[in-house]
Structures are given as structure tokens and as C-alpha cells.
Design a binder for this molecule. Structure first.
Ligand code: MTE
Length: 330
């Protein structure tokens, strides 16, 4: 949801005080629309132009829908909006919320270029107008081994990408975050090469589980979580979910990505959540679940739970990687 452009949806926003009420979740889940199934179906007829034979095998409606039916306890809105990674705003977990007002999100536009028939600079309004913003509940698992369960409001990235008419040469999609070192304190330090960059294979990008989020907990997405437009790829480590996107490029070659550029042996292009493939410096078999409310250092004492292959979305997205050696393509 983005109330900037859709005021009547704002009135239906659910206050955070109700967020932990199970009945409310059940009701809200019934709001998730059948367009998910529609999009999955339409992908069958869509030429992805990736070399992957798997592009045609999209999980069926039931498995896609199952992904939204998590019964896991939600992370509190307070935790999800105050314990963040957004290095443009600083490297401390509290910095993104602390410096959130340094990010100016209005006006906002996204440059679209590369292998597509409809390149251009699109305003946020252009991008959001035709989209039915839905609610989905996902686990986002972060690189430092904590995870959250967040109700996102967003729409399928694939629905947007189709509008730009990718050519047959488009095999990947690259994303970039805003570059504004004058205002964003973290961009004055070389902790990463700016702007923050991420990428997906085109069939991953077109998968119905991949969304662009514009809100969370029934409200506009806060700046610290990546306003006004942020990727959510729930089966990958959190750093793939790039925030505050200003550029989308269709490419023939695998695009460079920030964490891979910074530490290629530690962070691969795919970065699929995989308990069997350890990070060189730590195991990735268990994660700290930030459920309910967690503050600052107390996150370090949250209970550990088993990490699931593809973050629990193997039924939905496993076929994308059927023939790949995931130790090699980590
Ligand atoms: N996007 C940008 N532009 N800059 C960042 O530093 N951090 C990533 C990802 N997206 C990051 C980013 C990492 S490491 C994680 S774990 C998630 O955002 C954190 O998302 P959250 O703060 O909403 O939980």
C-alpha cells in the first residue's frame, strides 16, 4: 500500500496494536487476491529468455498461496522498524531509524534501461498506478543470521517488469539504490561501493513470490525499511532485498552486486537461504528469530530456530534451481 497515491487504502490500514491478534491475521489473509494465481498462470506463456529450462515450471496456485499462510508469530512492528540494515544511513542497527529523515522520498522516480523495449524514467506514481497492492506475510532472513516475519504490502515485481517489455536478450535484472552522499551519512564512508546494487536472474525476478514492497503492517513502508519501493525476495538472504530503488536495468550478463563486490568468497550472486552451505565464517544452519518485540542487544539472546532450505519456500521456488550445484552457485 502506498497512501501517497491511494488515500482510500490508508483508511483500511490496520493499527499495529492489532497486529498480533490471530483472528485479524486470518481475516487479512483472506484479502489476498487470486491475482497471484493469475500471474503464475500468465508466466507459462511468457518468454523469459533465460537459458533456464526451469522458467516454465512455476509452482501451482496452492503452493504459491501456501507461502502466505505462515502461522509463525509476527515480528513486532517496532522491532522490524528499529532494528535494521540500511548502510546508507549508518552501520549500527539503530542508525536507519535514527537518520531516516535524511532520505527524501518525494519526488521519486525510477530509471529503467537496458534490454527492454520501454526504457525511460518513470515516476513512482506511474509505477504504482496500475498495481493492486496486496498483503503478504513473509519471513525475511538477514545476512547476520536473524530472521523476522513481516506482513508486507506490495505487488509482484514480475507484473511491473512485463510492462517494460524485456527483450529476448534480457537474462538478468539489476537494481540500484539512491545515491545521495550529501544527505545520506553512510554514503560518506566506503563501507560498500555506492550505490548499493543487487540483481536477480530474470526467472527469479518474474516469480510470483518476488515482490516490490511499498508498505508493511498495513502502513506505508518507513524510510528505514526502504521507502518508497523496496524489493522482497523471501527465499534469499536479506541483503538481496534492496531498498529505496531508483534504477532497474535488464541485462544479458550477471550484474555486479554490492556484497559480492565487497567479499566475493562470502556472498555469492544467488544467496539462496541454505542451511547446508555455511558462510566461510559461520554456520548458516540456525537463525535467531526476532519474534514479538526485541530491542537492541536483546536480539542477540533471541531463541535460535532451525533454518529451512530456501527459507521454507522450497515448494514454491525449488524448481528454479533444480539442476544447479548450490554449493558452487551460493
Ligand atoms: N538495501 C540498501 N540499499 N542498503 C542496505 O544496506 N541492507 C540489506 C537489505 N537491503 C541494505 C539494503 C540487508 S543486509 C538486509 S538484512 C535487509 O535490507 C534488512 O532489511 P530490514 O532493515 O527491513 O530488516
Amino acid at each position: 500500500m502506498n497512501s501517497r497515491f491511494n488515500p482510500e487504502k490508508k483508511s483500511g490500514a490496520i493499527p499495529s496494536s492489532e497486529i498480533t491478534d490471530r483472528k485479524v491475521f486470518e481475516q487479512r489473509r483472506t484479502l489476498i487476491k487470486a491475482s497471484v494465481a493469475g500471474a503464475a498462470g500468465s508466466l507459462f506463456g511468457y518468454s523469459l529468455g533465460t537459458g533456464s529450462a526451469l522458467a516454465n515450471e512455476v509452482a501451482d496456485e496452492d503452493t504459491i498461496r501456501a507461502a502466505f499462510r505462515t502461522t509463525e508469530e509476527l515480528t513486532s512492528q517496532k522491532t522490524a522498524t528499529s532494528y535494521n540494515n540500511f548502510y546508507e544511513l549508518g552501520t549500527d542497527k539503530g542508525d536507519p531509524a535514527r537518520y531516516a529523515n535524511r532520505l527524501i522520498t518525494e519526488p521519486w522516480s525510477v530509471k529503467v534501461d537496458g534490454e527492454c523495449n520501454k526504457p525511460g524514467t518513470y515516476t513512482l506514481e506511474d509505477i504504482l498506478k496500475p498495481h493492486d497492492i496486496e498483503e503478504r506475510i513473509y519471513r525475511l532472513r538477514c545476512v547476520e543470521a536473524w530472521s523476522m516475519v513481516i506482513p508486507w504490502n506490495g505487488f509482484q515485481l514480475g507484473d511491473l517488469l512485463k510492462r517494460f517489455e524485456p527483450t529476448g536478450n534480457a537474462k538478468y535484472v539489476a537494481f540500484e539504490t539512491i545515491l545521495d552522499p550529501d544527505r545520506l551519512p553512510g554514503q560518506r564512508r566506503p563501507v560498500l561501493q555506492w550505490p548499493y546494487r543487487e540483481g536477480l536472474r530474470l526467472d527469479e525476478a518474474m516469480h510470483p513470490l518476488t515482490i516490490l514492497a511499498t508498505g508493511m503492517y498495513g502502513e506505508d513502508i518507513p524510510n528505514q525499511n526502504g521507502a518508497p519501493l523496496r524489493l522482497v525476495v523471501p527465499w534469499k538472504y536479506g541483503f538481496k532485498s534492496i531498498k529505496s530503488i531508483v534504477r532497474i536495468s535488464f541485462t544479458e550478463k550477471e550484474p555486479p552486486t554490492s556484497w559480492n563486490m565487497s567479499a566475493p568468497h562470502e556472498y555469492g550472486f544467488y544467496s539462496n537461504v541454505n542451511p547446508k552451505v555455511s558462510h566461510p565464517r559461520w554456520s548458516q544452519s540456525r537463525e535467531r528469530r526476532l519474534a514479538g518485540e526485541t530491542k537492541g542487544i536483546s536480539a542477540l539472546f533471541s531463541p535460535k530456530v532451525e533454518t529451512h532450505f530456501l527459507n521454507g519456500y522450497a515448494d514454491q521456488v525449488g524448481s528454479l534451481y533444480a539442476d544447479m550445484d548450490l554449493k558452487k552457485f551460493f
